[in-house]
Design a protein around this ligand. Structure first.
Ligand code: AMP
Ligand code: AMP
Length: 372
C-alpha cells in the first residue's frame, strides 16, 4: 500500500454517533484520525453540532429513539457507529442489538452489562470486591443505598439507614426493580480503560470522580445546622472532576481492568469486552476498591480529557482522548486489514473486502507509536 493511499483510507469511512453524551469527543477524535464524521441529532442540537468544523455532516431526527429508522440509509455507506451512553439510555436493548450497521464493540457484552446480577457475577468472578447486597429490608444491618434498575445517572437512588428507615421511605418502591447495597463510605473513582484487540494491550486512559447533587454538597453545611433539617442525600450526576490516583493504587487499578477483560472472554464469547470501558469504584480509607458497576463503552467522564489526560500522555506524545483512541483503533484495523476484529459480528452487514487497497496489511502500532 502506498503511504498516500494508507493515509487516505480512513477518509473513505464515516464515523457516526448520536449527538449527545460524548459525541463531540468521539467525532473530534475521528476527524483527528482522518475519518469523515456524522452526528445524528435532534432539532434542538442541530445548530450546536453543525457549529463545529470537525463535524462534516449532520442528520436531524425528531428524537433519539428514531435512530434505528436510519439503518437503511447508513448501511448504504461505509458508516461505523461508535456507541455511548445515549445509545443505552434512549434505545431499547432489542433495537440497539438489532441494528446491523457496523458497530465498534461487542454487543454480546450488553446482556451482561444491563443486568445488575450478571454484572455482579462478572466482577466477582474477576476477583473484584463488591459492596454487600441485601435482598430483604429485614436483613439490613448497616446503612444501604437503594438503587433502581434502569435509573439514569443516579436518579431516584435512596440512602437508607436501617430497616425502619426503609419502611418509612422506600417501601413504595416494591413495584419497581431495585437493589440494596451496603453503603460504602469513600471516594468514588471512575477508571477509564481501553483494551485493544489488535495489540492485546490494556491502557488506562484517564479517571474522574463524579460530582453528584446533592450528596457532594452536604459537607458545605455544618453538621450542627443539618440537625432537624430533613435532608435526604441524592446521587444525581451533575458533572465530573478529574482525579489522579495514588500511584501505589495504580497497579491494582490496572490488574482490575485486565481481570475484567479476561473473564469477559469466558462469559460473553471468545472476543469478550474490547474498546473503551469504565470501572466505577469507591475507594475506602483502607485503600480498598469496591466496585459499583462496569460500563462497557466510553463514559461521559472522559469528556474532561478531550485534550488527553496525564495517563494517556504516558502512552502517547500527543493529545489522546478515549474518543480519539477509538478512532485510532479503527484506523489501525483498517490499515492492517483487520476491521472484523473491532466490529460487532452479530448479524451485521460487512464492508466489501476491497476496503484496504491491494488487500495488503501494515503492522499495527501499539501505544506510544503513531499510526502513520
Ligand atoms: P444524556 O444524553 O445527557 O441524556 O446522557 C445519556 C446517558 O448518559 C444518561 O443515562 C445520563 O445519565 C448519562 N450521562 C450523561 N452525562 C453524564 C456524566 N457526565 N456522567 C455520568 N453519566 C452521564
Ligand atoms: P451507580 O449508578 O451504581 O454508578 O451509582 C451512582 C452513584 O451512587 C455513585 O457515584 C455513588 O455516589 C453512589 N453509590 C452507588 N453505589 C454505592 C454504594 N454501594 N455505596 C455508596 N455510594 C454508592
Amino acid at each position: 500500500m502506498s503511504p498516500k493511499s494508507a493515509v487516505q483510507l480512513p477518509s473513505l469511512f464515516t464515523i457516526a454517533t448520536l449527538g449527545s453524551h460524548s459525541a463531540l469527543q468521539i467525532l473530534k477524535g475521528a476527524k483527528d484520525e482522518g475519518f469523515h464524521t456524522l452526528a445524528v441529532v435532534t432539532p434542538l442540537n442541530e445548530r450546536l453540532y453543525s457549529s463545529f468544523a470537525f463535524v462534516d455532516e449532520v442528520i436531524v431526527i425528531p428524537q433519539y429513539g428514531d435512530f434505528p429508522k436510519l439503518e437503511k440509509e447508513l448501511n448504504k455507506r461505509k458508516v461505523i457507529l461508535v456507541p455511548h451512553g445515549s445509545f443505552v439510555a434512549y434505545l431499547s436493548m432489542e433495537e440497539h442489538k438489532k441494528m446491523t450497521t457496523p458497530y465498534f464493540g461487542n454487543k454480546a457484552v450488553l446482556d451482561w452489562e444491563a443486568d445488575r446480577l450478571r454484572q455482579r457475577e462478572w466482577l466477582t468472578r474477576a476477583g473484584l470486591k463488591m459492596p454487600r447486597q441485601f435482598t430483604k429490608a429485614s436483613e439490613i444491618d448497616r446503612p444501604v443505598i437503594v438503587k433502581l434498575y434502569g435509573a439514569q445517572g443516579g436518579k431516584g437512588y435512596l440512602f437508607v439507614k436501617n430497616p425502619e428507615d426503609f419502611t418509612a421511605r422506600a417501601s413504595h418502591l416494591v413495584e419497581q426493580r431495585y437493589i440494596m447495597q451496603e453503603y460504602v463510605l469513600g471516594v468514588p473513582v471512575y477508571i477509564h480503560y481501553f483494551y485493544s484487540p489488535l495489540t492485546g494491550k490494556l491502557e488506562i486512559m484517564s479517571m474522574d470522580r463524579r460530582y453528584e447533587s446533592n450528596v457532594d454538597s452536604l459537607g458545605r453545611i455544618p453538621l450542627a445546622d443539618q440537625e432537624g433539617w430533613d435532608i435526604s442525600p441524592s446521587y444525581v450526576v451533575i458533572g465530573n472532576q478529574p482525579i489522579s490516583l495514588r500511584e501505589s493504587l495504580l497497579a491494582e487499578a490496572f490488574n482490575m481492568g485486565e481481570a475484567v477483560v479476561r473473564v469477559s472472554r469466558e462469559i460473553c464469547g471468545e472476543r469478550g469486552l474490547f474498546g473503551a470501558f469504565c470501572l466505577e469504584s469507591i475507594v475506602t480509607p483502607e485503600s480498598e476498591f469496591f466496585l459499583m458497576e462496569i460500563s462497557a463503552r466510553i463514559v461521559a467522564g472522559t469528556n474532561l480529557f478531550i485534550d488527553g489526560s496525564p495517563y494517556s500522555y504516558l502512552n502517547y506524545d500527543e493529545p489522546m482522548s478515549t474518543g480519539r483512541r477509538i478512532a485510532r483503533e479503527l484506523r489501525n484495523a483498517l490499515l492492517s486489514n483487520s476491521l472484523d476484529l473491532v466490529l460487532d459480528q452479530s448479524g451485521r452487514k460487512t464492508f466489501e473486502r476491497s476496503a484496504a487497497p491491494n488487500g495488503e496489511s501494515v503492522a499495527v502500532p501499539g501505544p506510544g507509536v503513531p499510526a502513520n
